[in-house]
Every structure is written in C-alpha cells, then in structure tokens.
Design a protein around this ligand. Structure first.
Ligand code: ZN
Length: 561
C-alpha cells in the first residue's frame, strides 16, 4: 500500500520560501504494512518528550478510505512543531533517503542494516542537545533539540526538522549496512568518507525537491556553481549553533590534502576534501548537461537548467553510491573509494568523457598523486573466473574459500595472510547504455560481489597502548554474472603509506580522552569502553580499535578538539 506524507523541504527559520512552500507532499512510500508511530517493518519512529524523556503517542495511521486511494498519517501539515508533524516528517525523510539508495539504477536492492535487526529506530526528539547521530549499537538515529543562545523568545530548533540533517544521518545508517568495516577504521579518511558521503546524500535529496530547485535556479540564472543553496549543509542548524551565519560545512570549497598524512585534520574537516572534489564534478556535470540540452532544444540555458539538474544529479547519484559496492573491506583511504567509483562507472560507461574532469580534480586535491593511480581495469577476462562455479561461490563458504586460496595472486592476498571470505552478494542493477543521454535505455547487469578480508599488523608508538597494532584490509572482486568476466578487482591501494595517518588519529583520540588503553594481565583481552563508545582492546600485546565511527556526530562536540 502506498502512503502520502508531508515533508519539510526547507529549514523553517531563515528560509526565503513562503510558508506554504516549506512542505512538499511525497507519495512514494510503499512498505508491507503500517502502524501508528509511524512504524513499518523496516523503520520505527519512537518519539520522546524532550523534557520528561517519556514516550509520546505516535501519529495515527489512516488506511485508504472512500476517495482517498493512499494511506496517510493524521497530521496538520502547517503545524511544523507539533509532535505528529515531527514524527511523520522524520519518518518520510528517512524513507526517502533509503529509497534513493535502493533505486534500480543505484544499488538495485533493499538495503541491509549494519546491525542484526530488521528495524531502524528513529528518535526525532531524543532530548536537549545541539546534535544528531546514527548509533549502530542501539540501531538508531537520534535527533536532538536545542534552544539557540541569544535566539528570539523560546525558539526551539529540532534537528529532525532539518532535511539535510535527517538525510545525512540516514546516509550514515545506510553506508553502515554496505561498508561495515568503515565503522571500526582507524584511517581518518575512512571516517571522512562516511561523513562526506552523508553530506553528499543530503545534497542529492535537496536536488529532488522541485520547489527548492526552481527557487534556487531562478535566483542564480540557472547555475549551481556559485550558489550555496545546495552546497551548504545544515544552514539553520549552523546559524543557530555558531551565530556567525556559517553553515556546518560548505561543499563549494577548495580544500586539499596536506602533503604529510600525519597532518590531516579531524574527520569532519577532512571530509571536505573528498566532498568538495565530488561536488565540483556535480557542477561540471550540470554545466555540461545545461549546455547540451540548450543546444538540442534551442531553449535558453536557464530554461533547461532544471532538467539538466535532474539529469546530472541522477548521474552523480549513480557514480557516488554504486561505487560503495566496489569498495575494499577494512581500512580505506579516499583513493580506494575514488578507484571504486571510477571502476563502477567505467564498467558501465567505458567511453564517458566526463570522468577525465573528475580524475583531474582528484589529483589536484591530492587524493591521488597522478592520473595513473586512478586507472582501473574493467570488464576483463580471467581464466579462474571463467572456470568458476558462480552459484557454488555464493552458496558454499568452502567453495568460496578454496577459490580465493587458489587465486591469491588475482586477489592480492599475501601468502602469509589468513583471510576470510565475506558473505557473497548477488545484485542486479540497471546500467545505462552508452547512448543513454538520448535514449535513456538501460540494461540489467547482475554482479557477484566477492570480498576477502585479512588483517595486517603494523608498528604502533608504545605510548599509544601497545608496540603493535592490528588493522584490517581486503580485496573486492566484482564478477559479471552473465558474461563471467571480471568487472573490477580492487585491492588496497596504499595501506602502508597511510600508517602515519592512523597513528595521528590514535594519538588524537588518546590526547582528547576519547579512548584509553589497558594492557591485560595475562593473555586475556580487556575492552575499555569510554564515554565516547570507542573501544581499545589489547590482546597478546597487539592493539585493536573498534567503533571509531562514533565520532561522527553532526556537530563536533567540544571534546573532539
Ligand atoms: Zn555525520
């Protein structure tokens, strides 16, 4: 059954849109069943009174009746601050983000969560705090409310009413289901990747609001390159928080990586290097589409700018999200993600000319040292793959393990490594054909995602817990199921070279009291969970860190500095 919900498309304060245009109806929700809350099999809203922290009754579900063909929730769409509006808006915004990841030309499947349970809990009013986060341990998205200092009257900001913030946090929960190892990574670029993609997801959701796009393009003469309307994340929140009129982050930026990995900034700031490079590519795609559509139709660039934005943002969505399936397990750096998205894109559009612009930008930002580092081989034959029993690889751990062990060379598994094969995944995605810009023709491609993971040990400064630490890494092999060729095979690119960045991150965590280390008496492992939730375990003199992604709150807390 389909359901209609109102969605807040602009933060209510400070918006230049008229009050009637702040809310859009969305009729795309289609889940198996619905309960009050809203509650569905995959998402459950649990609302708390911020003062008493008691449960607040959820919005009532109304099945279709009479002329009304769609289900709905009882809500006054003009009363933004009513509990029911806050609940239904959070529910709809979370599902809208999930559905974008699940589209046939994106991941082509229902997403899994990064935790072992069917339902993501959404808490739209979790208490008083200027923050929001995804938390794997409690299976939840938690949105807090706050009264801005110096704000007029008793103005309250609910982070769950911010389109950007809900999309951003939902993206964290979705990425956690696709690339789970990022959650425990010590490489600051792994966390910054989580963060940057969450911001870009918020941008993609913004592009899907017709009202917003029209308003912005009208004002800017049809371009997005010089407007902060899409590139700035969490406007109202940022204003209320720092009173300086700065958004939380601005993706229209020129950030580059420092030459020494040990000098990289904390993960939120670091994320801007990657998201800035990708956003630049989005602007490039939009400008290209605008020019082409204007030539094709004889209309002005302004007239076709909306259509161009839709086309470019869809292409951009496919690029940045499909690559997640190609990501290597374990620690990843920006270059690993860059190679993954380029491989996923090249496998489907071998002749595309726009990629050269992206590659240039990635090099300019210091993410790769040269274009050669970003060259990926796609759609190539491999005798091992041609001879493999693909269904056997999927069904049997033993068949999968034997295949990997025999093909250590192909998979770049070191001889000394004891590896594990992760659960195989067979996915079918719609890929656009090379003439897609004219014809919009797509073809289904079935991919087998085959991932192996092993651990490596590296030196660790003894004052940081132990003289050795263990990290995880791995290879992703993507097989074209029907053609039985390799679509891509991606190994860790510069694992050793990233060690100084991992050491710097560990030092920062320790200096800020976010993690502490205990050497166990005897061989038994001891886990030391701190307020931050980041665990450090020392086993037989080897350190391993978990749950670093708990650093990723929408606002950096003061403790993080
Ligand atoms: Zn975040």
């Amino acid at each position: 059954m389909k359901v209609r919900v109102p969605l807040m498309i602009m933060d209510p304060a400070g918006s230049q849109l008229g009050i009637d245009r702040l809310v859009e109806d969305w009729t795309g929700i289609e889940e198996d069943h619905y309960l009050d809350g809203p509650v569905t099999p995959r998402v459950a809203v649990v609302d708390l009174d911020p003062d008493t922290e008691r449960n607040v009754p959820g919005a009532t579900f109304r099945p279709p009746a009479g002329d009304r063909k769609l289900g709905a929730y009882a809500v006054d769409r003009k009363d933004f601050y009513s509990p029911n509006f806050i609940q239904v808006n959070a529910f709809g915004s979370v599902l809208r983000t999930m559905y974008m990841f699940e589209e046939p030309d994106t991941l082509g499947r229902k997403v899994d969560w990064g935790f072992d349970a069917p339902q993501l809990l959404v808490v739209p009013r979790a208490g008083w705090w200027a923050n929001a986060f995804y938390e794997r341990r409690s299976h939840s998205l938690q949105f807090f409310s706050f009264r801005p200092e110096g704000g007029a009257g008793d103005r309250v900001v609910h982070t769950s009413l911010s389109r950007d913030i809900v999309a951003h946090e939902t993206a964290h929960s979705l990425i956690d289901g696709i690339a789970r190892d990022l959650y425990d990574a010590l490489d600051p670029q792994s966390l910054a990747l989580h963060e940057g993609l969450a911001d870009l997801t918020a941008v993609l959701i913004a592009f899907r609001s017709h009202t917003l796009c029209e308003a912005v393009l009208d004002k800017t003469g049809g371009s997005i390159e010089h407007s902060k309307a899409f590139s700035s994340i969490g406007d109202e929140f940022g204003d209320a928080l720092n009173q300086s009129g700065h958004p939380l982050r601005d993706l229209l930026n020129d950030s580059t990586l420092p030459p020494d990995p040990a000098d990289e900034p904390e993960e939120h700031e670091l994320s801007l290097v990657l998201s800035g490079a990708l956003y630049d590519f989005m602007c490039h795609l939009h400008a290209g589409a605008r020019q082409r559509l204007a030539e094709e139709t004889g209309k002005s660039e302004l007239e076709v700018s909306g259509k161009a934005l839709f086309e470019a943002s869809e292409r951009f969505k496919r690029l940045i999200l499909r690559g997640l399936d190609y990501l290597t397990p374990g620690e990843v750096a920006f270059i690993d993600y860059a190679r993954a998205i380029l491989a996923a894109d090249q496998a489907s559009h071998p002749a595309d000319e726009d990629r050269a612009h992206l590659i240039e930008e990635l090099v300019r930002r210091g993410i790769a040292r040269s274009p050669a580092e970003l060259e990926v081989q796609t759609d190539f034959p491999s005798p091992a793959v041609a001879a493999a029993d693909l269904q056997g690889l999927v069904d049997s751990d033993w068949v999968a393990y034997t295949f990997a062990d025999k093909n250590r060379d192909l998979l770049s598994i070191p001889n000394y490594a004891e590896f594990e094969v992760l659960p195989r995944r067979v996915v079918t995605k719609q890929y656009y054909l090379d003439d897609y810009r004219r014809t919009k023709r797509t073809t289904p491609v079935t991919e087998l995602l085959f991932k192996v993971r092993w651990s490596e040990t590296e030196e660790n400064p003894p004052e940081l817990g132990a003289a050795t630490r263990r990290i995880q890494t791995g290879t992703t092999l993507v097989i074209d199921w029907d053609k039985k060729v390799v679509r891509a095979c991606l190994k860790p690119w510069d694992l050793k070279g990233r060690a100084p960045a991992r050491t710097a991150m560990l030092r920062r965590l320790m200096t800020n009291g976010l993690v502490s280390f205990t050497s166990p008496a005897g061989a038994e492992a001891k886990s030391q969970p701190f307020g931050s939730g980041i665990d450090a375990v020392v086993t037989d003199g080897i350190l391993r860190v978990h749950n670093t992604a708990r650093l990723l709150h929408i606002a950096r807390s003061v403790d993080d500095d």
